[in-house]
Design a protein around this ligand. Structure first.
Ligand code: IMP
Length: 201
């Protein structure tokens, strides 16, 4: 496979993550290629028990497979009243192939008796950048509260129930630019951008 010299593989099949990644990285002079647009890229089994473990595994696997520099993200929602769950299992919280809606429904069910003051949570995003068998990792965190009911229609995943106290809105009530400015992924991507500027100097 021929790869352009200044290109970065976004090592995820998640179209929602790709949109946020492209938005933050768009002003880099690098071609961003989504793994979903390449043929023959198998899904990577996210079987590690940490976010960093999964992010590193995804980035290294796809970098080795394509010969490209690869960027992967693994994200978890940590809810204090649930002892940090769903955490690294956020995508499979209600079932192995769960929909976003089913995961949100389970979360709200588990938390139905938790008072507002104890509904603190955070999103944590680890991004790994792999090249030639080497990996860099960066992390971004965003603190918030879990609402009692979903609000808003933008974003994805747990966004409709993740309330940002300073903005008095859920992530799903924010535009893409507003979410990226404060979100776990936006913060991690801006750190990743600094690493990429070094790599592609
Ligand atoms: P993973 O990083 O692909 O394992 O994603 C974990 C799960 O967390 C996803 O399936 C989503 O449900 C959720 N998730 C990841 N990032 C976000 C986000 O930015 N907002 C809301 N939910 C998210």
């Amino acid at each position: 496979m021929r790869t352009p010299p200044r290109s970065l593989l976004l090592a995820t099949q998640n179209a929602d993550k790709i949109i946020e990644m492209r938005d933050v990285l768009r002003d880099l002079d690098i071609e961003l290629i989504s793994a979903a647009s390449l043929e023959g890229i198998p899904p990577v089994d996210e079987d590690q028990d940490t976010l960093a473990g999964n992010a590193v595994k995804k980035a290294l696997t796809l970098s080795q497979l394509t010969g490209m520099i690869a960027l992967a993200d693994d994200t978890g929602l940590e809810v204090d009243a649930l002892g940090g769950a769903p955490g690294v299992y956020s995508s499979r919280y209600s079932a192995p192939e769960a929909t976003y809606a089913a995961n949100v429904a389970r979360l709200l069910r588990e938390m139905q008796n938790i008072p507002e003051s104890a509904r603190t949570a955070r999103f944590r995003c680890v991004i790994a950048i792999a090249r030639d068998g080497h990996v860099n990792t960066v992390e971004g965190v965003c603190e918030g509260l879990i609402t009692a009911t979903p609000r808003g229609t933008d974003g994805f995943g747990y966004d409709p129930v993740f309330w940002v106290p300073d903005l008095r809105k859920t992530f799903a009530e924010l535009s893409l630019a507003e979410k990226n400015l404060i979100s776990h992924r936006g913060r991690a991507l801006r750190k990743a951008r600094a690493v990429l500027e070094e790599i592609f100097r």
